[in-house]
Design a protein around this ligand. Structure first.
Ligand code: ATP
Length: 247
């Protein structure tokens, strides 16, 4: 398998305070990595380091592929101001800004691609609608189109289904599974039950990173939570599969 990037002994944080310590991680083509961990454990910080938005205190991130259009990023929904006066098409096209620069205009091909993506994900009829008027699920579909319009090799998602209903959530993960046939996915989620059903491997972050090549949560990873956690499966009838455990 081709390695796309590698974190080598990364220590990173803010000002002088480290959040991540001695983190090593190899990201390969076709990976679908779920990142779990307790609040404040450093999941978003890890994404920032991978994206090159936060320079580590020590260690290095090695990229084995050209940086141009390497990443598509779907940030946490809550970070978006819904009053922002921009329509659906413009939101999708803005995924090309890093390649175009701020003041370049979009060409016919760009617009066609945006339309095709919106059609594929059932959002074409909303193309001229202000983004703030969409439901949470519709908005996430549009942001997904924005994240993939530049044909990235790695799609990074931070808690993508926090504000959406369970029907959309299922649909969204089915879309990701399909996308994973042609790109690598790294996704942060709090929902341990769901994440285990869809990802190929799990990385647990609480200052340190515990990673193994399986989609089962190991007892070593559970220990990083430092508190009891619940695991709920989303079968026909959602039920708890893990409520109490020794750590
Ligand atoms: N810009 C920043 N400046 C200073 N400290 C920060 C900054 N961003 C995050 N932190 C701190 O770094 C630590 C890790 O934060 P991070 O957002 O990476 O955790 P997380 O695992 O993503 O949390 P959550 O599950 O709550 O989203 C926290 O203690 C947080 O307060």
């Amino acid at each position: 398998m081709t390695t796309i990037l590698e974190l080598k002994n990364i220590t990173a944080g803010y000002e002088t305070v480290p959040v991540l310590k001695n983190v090593n991680l190899k990201v390969e083509e076709q990976d679908f990595i779920g990142i779990i961990g307790p609040n404040g454990g450093g999941k978003t910080t890890l994404l920032k380091v991978i994206l090159g938005l936060l320079k580590p205190f020590s260690g290095e991130v090695e990229y084995y592929a050209p940086l141009q259009n390497l990443f598509g990023y779907l940030p946490q929904n809550s970070h978006f101001d819904q009053r922002f006066p921009i329509d659906v098409r413009e939101v999708v096209l803005s995924g090309l800004l890093s390649e175009k620069g701020l003041f370049k205009t979009y060409g016919r091909e760009d617009k066609k691609k945006a339309e095709e993506l919106l059609e594929k994900y059932g959002m074409k009829e909303y193309i001229k609608m202000p983004i703030g008027e969409l439901s949470g699920g519709q908005m996430q579909r549009v942001f997904l189109c924005r994240a993939i319009i530049s044909s990235p090799r790695v799609l990074i998602l931070d808690e993508p289904t926090t504000y959406v209903d369970s029907n959309f959530e299922k649909e969204f993960y089915t879309i990701l599974k399909e996308l994973n046939k042609s790109l690598c996915i790294i996704m942060v989620s709090h929902d341990l039950g769901t994440i285990c059903s869809y990802v190929k491997t799990i990385a647990c972050v609480n200052r340190e990173l515990h990673y193994h090549h399986s989609n089962l949560i190991s007892s070593e990873q559970l220990k990083l939570y430092n508190c009891p956690i619940e695991l709920i499966t989303h079968g026909q009838i959602p039920h708890r599969v893990l409520t109490e455990h020794p750590e």
